[in-house]
Design a protein around this ligand. Structure first.
Ligand SMILES: Nc1ncnc2c1ncn2[C@@H]1O[C@H](COP(=O)(O)OP(=O)(O)O)[C@@H](O)[C@H]1O
Ligand SMILES: [Mg+2]
Length: 234
């Protein structure tokens, strides 16, 4: 469904990602692991069009979308749930969700999509009028995911959804991810939490200082000594 081929990307003239190649099949959860500063967010930002490629290609269903803008990527259904959630704190939960569905493709279906999202997250339904900034971290993560779903995501890219959450919320967020997977959604799951990701993603990539150090099934990645090395920075 999505193919990243030899991607080089970074900031200014400094490349961070060095020839990164990644594939996502339809309906797959793919894990992207790596230590702090490995380049995980830079890869997500490249897929969402915020970071421009220096070379290499991004293909969506075989079409080269490398030159498209972030806005066009949203219209194509490539949706980012950003690291640190980045909900709009002064706006209500409802307004945050409506904003998620603002793109041309999703806007006409917002009422229907809102119902689906609230069925998935009853906690948000109870807090629709509450300013998003007053939610707990776990609730904000739910809202960030809900906002991404409102855009009728075809590929949902989750950037460290477990970061800073209590164990109970982490478990809940991962149950939601499993539920979305059952519904057929394609997801790229960026995490530092190795064991958790290996349990939920059948296939994983390990990024180490901007390049893919290990890739394969969860078992292969778990058993490869380079996986732990990539984390320890050896
Ligand atoms: N806006 C930016 N400008 C310059 N360098 C950046 C920027 N964002 C990230 N970097 C650098 O890119 C590298 C990878 O960062 P990032 O993609 O955020 O890693 P990760 O998400 O794996 O922690 C780091 O060395 C970081 O300092
Ligand atoms: Mg990051």
């Amino acid at each position: 469904m999505l193919e990243v081929d030899g991607l080089v990307a970074g900031y200014g003239d400094i490349p961070i990602l060095r020839e990164v190649s990644v594939k996502l099949a339809p309906g797959e959860i793919v894990g992207l692991l790596g230590a702090n500063n490995a380049g995980k967010t830079t890869l997500i930002n490249s897929l969402s069009g915020i970071v421009k490629p220096m070379s290499g290609r991004i293909l969506l269903e075989g079409q080269d979308i490398s030159g498209t803008t972030a806005r066009q990527r949203v219209e194509l259904g490539i949706i980012q749930v950003p690291e640190g959630r980045l909900v709009f704190p002064e706006m209500s939960v409802r307004e945050n969700l409506l904003l998620g569905g603002f793109c041309d493709r999703a806007r006409p279906h917002r009422p229907r999509q809102m119902e689906k999202v609230l069925a998935l997250f009853p906690r948000l339904k109870e807090r629709l009028q509450q300013p998003a900034g007053t939610l707990s971290g776990g609730e904000q993560q739910m809202l960030a995911i809900g906002r991404g779903l409102m855009a009728e995501a075809r590929i949902l890219m989750l950037d460290e959804p477990s970061l800073g959450l209590s164990p109970l919320f982490v478990q809940h967020i991962f149950e939601i991810i499993d539920q979305l997977h059952k519904n057929g959604l394609t997801m790229l799951l960026v995490e530092q939490n190795l064991n958790l990701t290996l349990r939920h993603a059948r296939r994983c990539y390990v990024l180490e200082r901007g390049h893919i150090a290990v890739e394969g099934t969860a078992e292969v990645v778990r058993d490869d000594p380079r996986t732990r090395q990539a984390y320890l920075g050896l």
